[in-house]
Design a protein around this ligand. Structure first.
Ligand code: F0G
Length: 478
């Protein structure tokens, strides 16, 4: 037995079972964009771990207690008490999801032209910084660049670079530092407590506000307990408390480690900053005791936040993701090492060296995963991260051509994960026959959500292979 899920199933939902011929039609009609599929055309949905987890019986029961009063509902106070104990922050605002908290905090704190520094900004975080005319600057630690290294904390920020930036003469331009735990944009890697402490201390020394993007705070805490010397005897809850205590506040999507379908929060230490944020909250999200959520959401979140630090739950979640990563590696397909908890990041660039970045190897693998097994994933390569000109030409490829298989919480069993791994293994037996894609329609912003693509015609594929007089496989090996 590889793992035993520490729960049994009370409510079930049928999976869509389709044939390859049906999926070929469906994905073609969807413009070869997996976001355009209907969810009931997908067999195993690993698009995201956000809002896709299964509620517990206790959460459902808590939902029934939801107080839907406009102002002062008792659900808010139950939610606030759970968050206050966990974070130690006195000012707690619910919001409808994580990006709303980002928008409210950044709009209140940043002046146009200022810089936000992070280990890696998540894309909505970056967008909310940039929309204010500010710069989102990532300072990942050097180990983050090596996908094969087993360094335990590749989510860390580069503290030397952080200190250098804050001590430079134009450091006044830095409006805030935000640490993403775990580092989703950086392969789901954790941040060590030593790194959080060092970054917190540097920020305090230079008077720079220091926040957490705490979407996966419990998963980060679990990996600290497992990997960081001096933390093995602590409960994940204690580690999470210690992490929050190091910061001036947090933004968080609670669709991840709140194990709920909707919700987020902004929680702050400083009363004056909180009062300014509250104005914007009321104007754009709702009264501070509901902030865009229903009372039942708040009660389910309060219960989810209690359940998420349960060591047995986290142990099983870590084992599930690690098992999927091992099966995929066993099939000869490289993944980002070491695996975190919320996703496995598959290295499509290495599996498909014959597909050049401008034909989107990650996207080719994601589409093939759907065609071969009805599995939905998300490309995190040149289609998502690359620079693409108005006529659809890739001018700057991404650093890595990855496909993320996000694992929803408490949703799929070991046999579902085995099915996903078998699907990849079947693809990996004959990757050469796969072809790339080209853009046929590409909106100026949020490209990956709305673009349409088509397979590169067979006639054009060999042209590229021989363009330089030798094959692309040789070219990438040189
Ligand atoms: N921060 C991180 C680290 C995230 O992973 C996300 C969402 C957000 C902020 C934004 O939160 O969606 O509630 O507004 N990540 C999802 C994902 C969408 O699939 O990784 P939101």
């Amino acid at each position: 037995m590889q793992l035993m899920e520490p729960y049994r199933i009370k409510v079930v939902e049928p999976l869509a079972i389709t044939t390859r011929a049906e999926r070929e039609q469906l994905i073609s009609a969807a413009g070869y964009n997996l976001f355009n599929l209907r969810a009931d055309q997908v067999t195993i949905d690993l698009l995201t771990d956000s809002g896709t987890g299964a509620l517990s019986a206790e959460q459902q029961a808590a939902g029934m207690r939801g107080d839907e009063s406009y102002a002062g509902g008792s659900s808010f106070y139950r939610f606030r008490d759970v968050v206050a104990e966990l974070t130690s922050y006195p000012h707690i605002f619910p919001v409808h999801q994580g990006r709303a908290a980002e928008r409210i905090l950044f709009t209140t704190l940043l002046e146009p032209g200022q810089v936000s520094i992070s280990n890696t900004h998540f894309d909505t975080t970056r967008a909310n910084v940039e929309m204010l005319g500010c710069e989102a600057r990532d300072l990942p630690c050097p180990e983050a660049a090596d996908m094969d290294s087993d360094h335990p904390f590749k989510g860390d920020i580069d503290v030397l670079e952080l200190e250098r930036t804050l001590s430079s003469p134009n450091a006044g331009g830095v409006g805030l530092v935000i640490m993403t735990i775990t580092n989703n944009g950086g392969g789901g890697q954790p941040v060590s407590m030593a790194n959080l402490r060092a970054a917190s201390e540097i920020c305090r020394r230079y008077g720079t506000p220091f926040f957490l993007d705490a979407a996966r705070f419990a998963e980060n805490a679990w990996l600290v307990v497992q990997r960081e010397p001096g933390y093995g005897h602590l409960r994940p809850y204690d580690v999470a408390q210690e992490a929050f205590a190091l910061a001036d506040g947090c933004v968080a999507s609670l669709k991840k480690d709140g194990i709920a379908h909707m919700g987020g929060m902004l929680a702050l230490r400083d009363a004056e900053l909180a009062a300014r944020c509250e104005q914007l909250l009321i104007a754009s999200e709702g009264f501070p005791t509901y902030g865009g959520l229903s009372g039942r959401d708040l009660d389910m979140l309060a219960q989810g936040l209690r359940e998420v630090t349960d060591p047995e739950y986290l142990r099983a979640r870590a084992a599930a993701t690690d098992y999927l990563a091992q099966l995929i590696q066993g099939a000869g397909v490289a993944v980002v090492r070491p695996s975190g908890l919320h996703a496995v990041y598959v290295d499509a660039g290495r599996l498909l060296p014959h597909i050049p970045p401008h034909q989107f190897p990650g996207h080719a693998l994601a589409v093939e995963l759907y065609l071969a097994g009805g599995v939905r994933s998300v490309e995190l390569g040149s289609l998502f991260h690359g620079t693409i000109s108005e006529n659809g030409t890739l001018t700057k490829p991404a650093r890595h051509e990855l496909v993320r298989l996000a694992v929803p919480r408490r949703t799929y069993t070991q046999s579902h994960l085995e099915y996903v791994a078998e699907t990849i293994a079947a693809i990996a037996r004959n990757p050469e026959r796969m072809r790339g894609y080209r853009l046929v329609e590409s909106p100026a912003i949020l490209r990956h959500f709305k673009c349409r693509l088509e397979p590169v015609p067979a006639s054009q594929f060999p042209d590229f292979v021989h363009a330089n007089g030798f094959s692309v496989r040789q070219a990438t090996e040189v």
